[in-house]
Design a protein around this ligand. Structure first.
Ligand code: FE
Length: 206
């Protein structure tokens, strides 16, 4: 049995945070990364169907979208050696490492016709949370750090990220192309079936 209560708690707390501080990126990132850290340091809640790799493409399973689209939560499942193109987000985002490891290469904003400059490289281990946004640096390339196993990270973004107009970049020339990521599945996992715990509280009929 997956600990679905853990994810419901995360969504409830994040919703309260968005209600109070949704327009303050710094607060969303600071308080939000604490909530995300707590979620990813307990790997007991992610449904199996949202942990499945694809032989060719990294997978993005939507776990929750706030009904007002103030935030979304996505599980990224990286097959061995899979990686993103160089891309941006256009909103704040957090990458929380849960299983395996990722390498993240950050880039400076491109100058027309010139190769893009890498600004930082880091390796994320389970429990680590990385941040992106147009104000703190929004362009990166993310890869599974392993070429022989699956890695999984849980991402939170300040919008319905699959439907945001963003960009991918050619790092050799800095030329960008429009990009809308979408999601890998038309279905959402069901974290909300609490019937077993409620049935357990029923007193048997006399
Ligand atoms: Fe990204």
């Amino acid at each position: 049995m997956k600990n679905t209560a853990r994810f419901r708690h995360f969504v409830a707390e994040f919703t309260r945070l968005a209600e109070k501080n949704g327009n303050d990126e710094q607060v969303m990132l600071d308080a939000g990364s604490k909530l995300l850290t707590d979620l990813i340091t307990h790997d007991d809640w992610l449904p199996e169907e949202c942990a499945q790799p694809h032989p060719q493409f990294y997978q993005q399973y939507l776990l929750h979208c706030d009904p007002l689209e103030r935030f979304s939560v996505v599980s990224f499942v990286w097959g061995p050696g899979q990686k993103t193109p160089v891309h941006d987000h256009m909103v704040w985002g957090m990458v929380g490492m849960m299983r395996g490891a990722e390498s993240c290469h950050r880039f400076e904003s491109p100058a027309a016709g010139k190769p893009m400059k890498p600004s930082a490289t880091e390796r994320l281990h389970p429990g680590a949370v990385d941040r992106v946004s147009p104000t703190i640096g929004d362009i990166h390339e993310v890869a599974n750090a392993y070429d022989d196993r699956v890695s999984i990270s849980i991402h939170v973004y300040g919008a319905n990220i699959g439907a945001v107009k963003r960009h991918v970049f050619d790092p050799a020339t800095g030329v960008d192309k429009p990009f809308v990521s979408g999601y890998s599945s038309p279905l959402l996992p069901n974290f909300w079936d609490r019937s077993a715990e409620v049935r357990a509280t029923l007193t048997p009929a006399a």
